[in-house]
Design a protein around this ligand. Structure first.
Ligand code: UDP
Length: 252
């Protein structure tokens, strides 16, 4: 697959259709495909956390969630084809179950939420089966049991919504113990599927303003969201003076 390097992170330069095709292919393959969907905040976190950067670079599919990452790719002169957000990819996979049944295990969100998401999924997408759920507030001792439940369920796709970068780190360290064909970090998508969180209206998403919607809904995220303008600024600096920007971030 065509890759585009954005601040040391090798993003897959794919369209939504290509991402979907990749997922479908992995369902018939061997091993567990690790899929992450970094947004500007995670990309910025990866600049400060070399372990996270390494984890992102070892993904099987790394797609841009959010207009900020696509904007950065354009600023850097290596444009990504399009935004392929986690929730949109999950919805497309669910729609595709009409052609080919797929089973899921949902891991993450507050207690009760994954079950609500499962209910909505099976009532909206008859070809989708949810073989198990577990909330995302577990401790290390419970982990073995959860992995055993996921493996026993025989689910094709594991959706992991533990927030970033927890979900990426969790998938990375447990992928070799998982039997599912795909493990995907989905952030707050479980809440969206459950109806406990709202997605930005289509016009805002099309305008690349989902961050503004999120800021209005969850003002407490303000500090963390400053990473978005920081990420865009870093991209501009690197475009203008590639060496100087590199020295500055590596010195941090
Ligand atoms: N979450 C979880 N376990 C945790 C922390 C968060 O299951 O230890 C869930 C949370 O309930 C929400 C999702 O992870 O459903 C995404 O959380 P948040 O919006 O904070 O994450 P981000 O936007 O950083 O991905």
């Amino acid at each position: 697959m065509d890759k585009t390097k954005i601040h040391g992170v090798m993003m897959d330069n794919v369209t939504m259709d290509e991402a979907l095709e990749y997922v479908a292919g992995r369902l018939d393959g061997t091993g567990t495909a690790k899929i992450y969907t970094p947004n500007s905040e995670i990309m910025m976190q990866a600049q400060r956390d070399p372990e996270l950067k390494r984890i992102l670079n070892q993904a099987d599919l790394l797609i841009a969630d959010g207009a900020g990452v696509v904007l950065a790719s354009r600023i850097l002169g290596r444009p990504l084809k399009e935004k392929v957000s986690g929730i949109d990819l999950v919805k497309r996979i669910l729609e595709n179950t009409e052609k080919r049944p797929i089973s899921f295990f949902i891991l993450g969100a507050r207690p009760g939420v994954a079950e609500m998401a499962a209910q909505n999924i099976i009532s909206r997408y008859p070809g989708a089966e949810v073989k198990g759920t577990h909330h995302g507030y577990f401790n290390a001792e419970e982990e073995d049991l959860i992995i055993e439940r996921i493996n026993k369920s025989g689910a094709d796709i594991l959706l992991v919504g533990l927030g970033a970068p927890k979900q990426e780190k969790w998938i990375h360290s447990n992928a070799s113990r998982l039997n599912c064909k795909v493990a995907m970090g989905v952030g707050g998508s479980i809440d969206v599927l459950a109806g406990t969180a709202e997605l930005a209206p289509e016009w805002m998403r099309r305008a690349g303003l989902e961050w503004l919607f999120r800021l209005i809904k969850e003002p407490r995220r303000f500090r963390r969201m400053l990473d978005l303008p920081r990420f865009v600024l870093l991209s501009i600096k690197r475009r203008l003076r590639p060496e100087a920007a590199h020295r500055k971030t590596s010195a941090k």
